[in-house]
Write a protein that binds this ligand. Sequence first.
Ligand SMILES: Nc1ncnc2c1ncn2[C@@H]1O[C@H](COP(=O)(O)OP(=O)(O)OP(=O)(O)O)[C@@H](O)[C@H]1O
Ligand SMILES: [Mg+2]
Length: 347
Amino acid sequence: MIRKFFSKFINKMSKSLAIDLGTANTLILTHDGKLINEPSVVAIQENNGSKKVLCVGSEAKKMLGRTPENTYAIRPMRDGVISDFIIAEEMIKHFMRLANSDKGLINPKVIIGVPAGATIVERRAIQDAAKSAGARYVQLVKEPMAAAIGAGLPVSDPMGSMVVDIGGGTTEIAILSLGGIVIAESCRVGGDRMDSAIAEYVKNEFQISIGESTAELIKTRIGAATLPPGAEDKSFIINGFDRVSGAPKRIEIKSSDVVKSIETPLIEICSRIKAVLDQAPPELASDIAESGICLSGGGALIKNIDVFFNSRLGLKFFPADDALMCVVKGAAKILYEMDDLKLESEQ
Ligand SMILES: Nc1ncnc2c1ncn2[C@@H]1O[C@H](COP(=O)(O)OP(=O)(O)OP(=O)(O)O)[C@@H](O)[C@H]1O
Ligand SMILES: [Mg+2]
């Protein structure tokens, strides 16, 4: 009784935070609706062997590929999990401080999305980093579950729902029913792989080298998964240097070029979706055939991606509303509204 009262008191005095610690972006949603949405990038300056955090988030992202000798812009998350523990901890600390700036007498309780395929070691690293960054209690939730809840799919119902969350580093594919994940697969192909495919294409076709930020800009501005007959073939101008002569060069890249360059990663995602569907029990497969497959994450914003998947797999695909927010919104819902729901979240 006293313990219950004390824990209620602590919850009132501190903020709870829902966190989507993504390879590309970190989102934090507080229970009063404050949103932090920043790239998962940290800029570090090194002086005589000691390291100092220069900036975190969008300021640091602007520095990617543009830093002087003793400065590094680092992405501490790779493939949805921590690749640089110390930097990740600094980044989480910075974002938690931003989210908790107007409260925070007591350290917050947090819920964090993790890839369904993350290993015990990878999950433990995320928990430890959040605790070192100041979290009082850390709950983990599998990202496809959070994405499905955030997208508004009826995950608690006795029927199959399917979500494909295409992030920067990973694509999470899952079939859910009765508040649990029935089958899930994490595939380490996402927006980053598409960016490198675009950079590779530009290098081979136009003989200029571009960085990952320019490739991402091309993808988000004019990218498409397919161009149906009559669709506009948009163009984008890139300024660079000829790889052979070194002379300045200006080229025009078109949506149809992006379609060709990202076909391979998209086909890879398609085959993983098919592999998950092949394992689905018949009843759930028929529910999914009827309701369609929900696309979330930043990759869901690629123009005509639903058309591309539909033409290859013959099933209906539909993008979630607010695709980039699904994981954080779902995690927040679990944290703030679904206390007593049977969910496969982990402590
Ligand atoms: N309009 C857009 N068109 C195409 N791609 C986009 C668009 N907006 C964002 N993206 C891509 O979405 C990806 C980021 O999505 P998201 O924020 O869901 O990833 P993440 O959660 O950080 O990564 P992960 O889930 O793999 O850890 C990036 O590759 C980005 O380039
Ligand atoms: Mg994600």
